[in-house]
Design a protein around this ligand. Structure first.
Ligand SMILES: [Fe+2]
Length: 298
């Protein structure tokens, strides 16, 4: 069967994030995946330039948003899910294990009592294997934990949006040292993705291009199995886990982790405003592990 979906990528060079719009060409129904809300750490200002590019595309193509899909609670950018929903509708979906992530971070940030770690901030919680539709297209949610306990990949026709699991073959894989992360679990999730048919197109959530190459985000199962520097065929779980742990120990904490996660566990909503009408982000002092010394970006 020929694919009927169209896929448009949006690359955000300041956080190296790739967002996507997947549309059903026949009905005009669409899903937005991992939209970015720009955030200037220095001034505490948000900016909607990245999300507005997505909106302009939706409008130009007259697409009707049915879903805003998050692969996980991102630690490197704020989600524009709520901003987009307010403008174009759609249901915000994420993996059901977001509840565990919410519980962990409710504690870390000491969030207000009214914030419930029950996933109710989202419109839909996907479970592993759940089938859903974007217009006339069938899609399947796949639980792929390891980077976080809640990561989902979304398989839409012959394309899979893998979030932070695999990156481009020359970059490798996502880190597994955030709270609830686990390198062995990540390895098993990746092997599951690589068990999809070899021609399956893989769309990554980030690219950190090595010097001399442009950012890219599309690859295939076959290419990853042949070339991924961390998990190509022949690399066993034990070797992967040892590599991932050694590497993660050298990685810096992402610049926006503290602002990002407290917004993203609320489905892209800012915390409730104080009595002066201003919303504040919380920075716990000496609570998060420091991270490694190297200045790697992933
Ligand atoms: Fe991530």
């Amino acid at each position: 069967m020929t694919a009927r979906s169209t896929i448009q990528a949006f690359f955000d060079p300041s956080t190296w994030t790739v967002s996507y719009v997947v549309a059903d060409a026949a009905t005009g129904a669409a899903a937005v995946i991992d939209p970015v809300l720009d955030y200037d750490f220095k001034s505490g200002h948000t900016d909607t330039s990245s999300a507005d590019r997505v909106l302009a595309y939706l409008e130009e193509r007259k697409l009707k948003v049915e879903w805003i899909l998050e692969t996980h609670a991102h630690a490197d950018h704020l989600s524009a899910a709520r901003y987009l929903q307010e403008r174009v509708g759609g249901r915000i979906g994420i993996g059901e294990h977001i509840r565990e992530v919410q519980a962990t971070f409710k504690k870390l940030y000491n969030l207000e009592r009214e914030f419930l770690p029950d996933g109710s901030q989202f419109d839909h919680l996907f479970r592993d294997g759940q089938v859903f539709r974007i217009g006339g297209i069938e899609a399947t949610a796949m639980l792929v934990p390891g980077h976080t306990p809640a990561d989902m990949a979304y398989l839409i026709e012959d394309s899979v949006f893998v979030g932070d699991t695999l990156f481009m073959p020359d970059v490798g894989t996502a880190r597994a040292d955030f709270p609830g992360g686990d390198a062995a679990v990540l390895y098993r999730s990746i092997r599951r993705l690589l068990a999809l048919p070899p021609q399956t197109r893989i769309y990554v959530c980030h690219d950190y291009p090595p010097a001399g190459r442009e950012a890219q985000w599309e690859t295939t199962v076959a290419e990853q199995r042949a070339k991924n520097v961390h998990v190509r065929d022949g690399i066993a779980e034990e070797a992967f886990v040892a590599m991932r742990k050694a590497r993660d120990a050298t990685l810096e904490v992402p610049t926006l982790i503290l602002p990002s996660i407290q917004v993203n566990v609320r489905a892209g909503q800012m915390p409730p405003a104080d009595d002066n009408g201003v919303a504040y982000l919380r920075i716990p002092i000496n609570a998060l592990p420091r991270g490694g010394a190297a200045k790697a970006a992933k």
